[in-house]
Design a binder for this molecule. Structure first.
Ligand code: NAD
Ligand code: DAU
Length: 356
């Protein structure tokens, strides 16, 4: 038996593959298009490991997906593949529509075809777990209760709208065709292999390079942070014991304002790798023009996952963020490698037009 992971060369997907193979010997077939966000270096420790088979390809390629499912007798699919960066979706939504909506649809079609032809008991035990985000629920006011699974969908960016569309398709394939699906909606992740276009790795890297730490708007937007390995353990738990057709919210009960997150990063760096001039890295904080349509607050109510499946995160924000900063200090070679020409042109596009 084996599992198919899509998007397994990205941030969360690669953490999931490494985590999975640290616990079991079951083969992981890893299908990833290797966009700018996919990086096989994340999986370097698996080189020569016969439990990991990497395939470069697109989830929108129906024939390829179906052939992988059949060839490897896949018992479960975990779908991480997506365009994931909100700012990129504002600059160019097309890829988000293509992968997150059309790609998810084609993946569902291939899985449906495969599953229809399965014999019992494989048909009964097969699962498709779709990895989604809290952003589909929209934005909360300061005093609103955290998002429960029953919260109305109110996506506000091309990214979150495309993820919402894929969630709806997954739901519809269960309702209409009986496809055995599970969906997880998780809050903001952080940790090793996080691509440095996102707030936490970007600020760690900019701090170390003496560059501005760009805070959009007033920096009082709130995100609910979860260490990536805790997200992986939640996905494993849901895959193992989740009820078919159900949605599980995943979060760390760690709401933080962006400015507080960046100040925390600065004080950890001040301690672990002080600036040569003795000043705090916080001196590099720079307020820049806000993200259009910027959601004010996300917060996840993860109590269903705790109550029904007994999951809880292992890390607090304090322990997880310290591990993360240390990982970036210890893995500068990885960072230097991802800072390619493509990455530089993205930085120019996103930040040049934001006046300080
Ligand atoms: P990422 O951008 O780091 O990685 C995405 C991966 O998918 C990359 O390896 C990329 O090459 C691959 N990919 C993109 N298009 C593809 C396609 N058409 N076919 C095959 N592979 C393709 O993203 P991430 O942060 O690891 O997020 C993974 C999933 O988790 C996404 O679905 C995202 O919406 C969801 N999610 C992310 C967060 C977060 O904080 N990062 C939180 C909740 C949910
Ligand atoms: O909530 C889950 C989502 O978290 C995932 O679905 C997305 O895939 C993931 O990218 C992340 O989205 P965010 O937009 O919340 O993450 P990002 O790191 O881009 O931004 C975090 C917050 O920091 C957000 O309020 C915008 C702000 N920000 C971001 C950048 C890149 C800044 O203030 N400055 C920056 O330079």
């Amino acid at each position: 038996m084996s599992i198919l992971v899509t998007g397994g060369a990205g941030f969360i997907g690669s953490n999931f593959v490494l985590d999975w193979l640290s616990q079991t010997d079951e083969l992981v077939v890893n299908l990833d298009k290797l966009t700018y966000a996919g990086n096989l270096q994340n999986l370097a420790s698996l080189q020569g490991d016969s439990r990991h088979e990497f395939v470069k390809g697109d989830i929108a390629d129906y024939d390829l997906v179906l052939s992988l499912l059949e060839k490897h007798q896949i018992r479960a699919v975990v779908n991480f593949a997506a365009e994931s960066h909100v700012d990129r979706s504002i600059h160019g939504p097309e890829d988000f529509i293509q992968t997150n909506i059309v790609g998810s649809f084609r993946l569902l079609e291939a899985v449906r075809q495969y599953w229809n032809n399965l014999k019992q008991p494989a048909k009964q035990t097969f699962r498709l777990l779709h990895v989604s985000t809290d952003e589909v629920y929209g934005s909360l006011e300061k005093t609103d209760a955290p998002f429960a699974e029953t919260h109305q969908y109110q996506p506000n960016s091309p990214y979150s709208a495309s993820k919402a569309a894929s969630d709806h398709l997954v739901r519809a394939y269960h309702h209409t065709y009986g496809l055995p699906v599970l969906t997880t909606n998780c809050s903001n992740n952080y940790g090793p292999y996080h691509f440095p276009e996102k707030l936490i790795p970007l600020c760690i890297q900019n701090a170390l390079s003496g560059k501005p730490l760009p805070i959009y708007g007033d920096g009082q937007q709130i995100r609910d942070w979860l260490y990536v390995k805790d997200h992986c353990s939640a996905i494993r738990r849901v895959l193992e014991s989740g009820t078919l057709g159900e949605v599980y919210n995943v979060g760390g009960w760690n709401e933080k304002a962006n400015l507080d997150v960046v100040n925390t990063l600065c004080s950890i760096l001040d301690e672990l790798q002080p600036r040569a001039d003795g000043k705090s890295y916080a001196a590099q904080i720079t307020y820049v023009t806000d993200r259009p349509g910027h959601d004010r607050r996300y917060a996840i109510d993860a109590s269903k996952l705790g109550r029904e499946l007994g999951w809880k995160p292992a890390e607090t924000f304090e322990t997880g963020i310290r591990k993360t900063v240390q990982w970036y200090l210890d893995n500068q070679a990885w960072v230097v490698n991802v800072l390619s020409g493509d990455y530089q042109s993205w930085l120019d596009k996103n930040y040049a037009e934001r006046s300080a």
